[in-house]
Every structure is written in C-alpha cells, then in structure tokens.
Design a protein. Structure first.
Length: 302
C-alpha cells in the first residue's frame, strides 16, 4: 500500500518515526518549507527523518495549490496520512488517494473539534482527552472515526506539554495499527455523533495575555494551557514583555495585601497579587526578577 505522509510539527515527526520503525515507510513526505516554520510554535523539520529512510520530500506552502495537487497525483498514493497539518484539505486533495485521507485530532471527538484544542481542553476543564484518527471530509473534524483512544485529563494539573505529549503518544500505536489494518483490506469507520460535538475557535498568541484582575486560579490555568510547546502566557512591566511559563497558587494565601498585578515577594519565585486577593507564585518567566512592589500589567503602555 503506497502512502503519502503530510505534517509539519513535533507530533508529525514522532508519528513518521513510528511508522518507519514499524515498516510502513511512506512513498512521499509532504511538509512546509522552512521559511514557513513560524506558522507553528511546535514546528518540526521532517526532512532529516525522510532522508534517513530515503523518502522524497515535497515542500508545499498550500495544500490545495495546483502544483501541490499535481505532485501528490504523481506519487499515486493509496492513502494520504495528514498528521499535524493546520490547513484544510479540499475535495481535489482528498480525491487523489484511492482509499482516502486519514487525519489526526488530539481530542475525544466529537468533542473539541476545531483549532487550539490542547489549550481549550485545559481552559474548559475537560475531564476526558483523546487521540482520534478520522477519515477526512469537507467539514472541520467531522469525518468518520477510523480509530480512537480515550484517556482521563486532570484539568487542575494538566499542562499543554503533558496533554500534547499524551495525545501524541497514544496516537502513534493507534496509527501504526490502523495502517496495518488498512493494508490488510480492513476499512474501519464509525460515524460521529454530531449532536455531541463542540467546536473550538482559533486561538492567537495574544490570547495568552494575562489579565491580573482575574482570579488567581483562572490565571494559573491560562498559564498551564498556553505553556510550551505553545507561545506561553505573557504580561508587561517596566522592562517590557515577559513570558510566564509556569506558576502555582501561592501556599500562603491571605498573607499578602496589594493591587492586582503587584509583586508581593521575590525569592525562589515571584509572588504576584491577583484580582480575587489571592496570589500566584511565578516559577518560570523571562528576564531578571522584578523589583518588589513593581506592577505587572496587561498592556505594553504605562
């Protein structure tokens, strides 16, 4: 069975490694040109993996461009695997492989369709995560499910990194097993219950800006939700923009009295007052420690 692998992020690289290790070496790898690396905070260069397995590489900026479609047709795939690719694949794209196209979505579909689903699962307090492989159709993550695994989420402790890694780790054996089944002639598919669907809106880097008037627990959850591999939550002080990658609820609640965004203590961490009178300890942040009683704010202007 001839396959084409399409992807451009960390999860793509791990999936491609897993497929090749299992003997499912694709006939072609399609990925973004390096000058488009900034399109993804978790971008990964697939070319070294392809080179190690003598796989030709197609660099494509747009899925549905005529030159992209022509190159895919020339590869004559039975199946296209779209693993970590943020662009929609149009009808012409999906019609190229004889069997169809399989995509990956890091949620328990039909819940959490759409974009930014790793952060949204944490922000929305989801208790169940998943790795879903689905047959691509004209909708956004609406296709029939080919394979799926579900797992619990602890929304009060999960970070973007831990949830991302868990979803990818669950996906890899699922993908290897599915490709094996398809090569043997099986065609697993299960229609989604569209009545149970939820749809996530796209998130932009600026959505990680901290509003210190919010409750401490809500800010801490935002920090976890947009931490690496995503661009991280951020704030401003007199030194400029600062990214905040990790924080915790300060254990000595009720001790500090101050204004939202004000630095209450500087030591192993930086203790900052939030809008509900509770504090956060910032544990991983850009730049030098701020001055005691300095004030973080939600905009770059004074």
């Amino acid at each position: 069975m001839r396959t084409v692998f399409v992807g451009a992020v960390e999860g793509s690289a791990r999936a491609l490694d897993g497929l090749c290790a299992a003997g499912h070496v694709p006939a072609l790898v399609m990925t973004l040109p390096l000058d488009r690396a900034g399109n993804h905070s978790d971008f990964a260069d697939l070319r070294p993996i392809a080179a190690a397995h003598a796989i030709p590489v197609l660099e494509a900026a747009r899925s549905n461009a005529p030159e992209t479609l022509a190159a895919l047709r020339a590869a004559a795939p039975d199946l296209i695997l779209v693993i970590g690719w943020s662009q929609l694949c149009g009808a012409e794209f999906r019609a190229i492989p004889a069997l169809g196209c399989i995509g990956f979505h890091p949620s328990a579909l039909p819940r959490m369709r759409g974009r930014g689903v790793i952060p949204w699962q944490i922000l929305c307090g989801e208790s169940q995560g998943g790795a879903t492989l689905l047959w691509l159709d004209e909708g956004t993550d609406t296709g029939d499910i080919a394979a799926q695994t579900l797992f619990p989420i602890d929304p009060d402790h999960e970070t973007a990194r831990s949830l991302y890694d868990r979803a990818v780790s669950e996906m890899i054996p699922l993908l290897v097993g599915l490709v094996s089944r398809l090569a043997q002639g099986e065609r697993p598919r299960r229609v989604q219950d569209h009545g149970q669907a939820t749809l996530c809106a796209r998130r932009e880097p600026q959505d990680g800006m901290i509003d210190w008037s919010q409750p401490a627990a809500r800010i801490e959850r935002l920090i976890r939700a947009v931490s690496p591999p995503y661009p991280a939550a951020f704030t401003f002080d007199d030194t400029g923009r600062r990214c905040i990658r990790a924080a915790r609820l300060s254990p000595r609640q009720g001790y500090h009295i101050g204004l939202p965004g004000q630095v209450q203590a500087v030591g192993d961490g930086v203790t900052v007052m939030c809008g509900d009178g509770l504090c956060l300890d910032l544990l991983d942040y850009d730049g030098p420690p701020p001055k005691l009683h300095a004030r973080f704010r939600s905009a770059s202007c004074p």
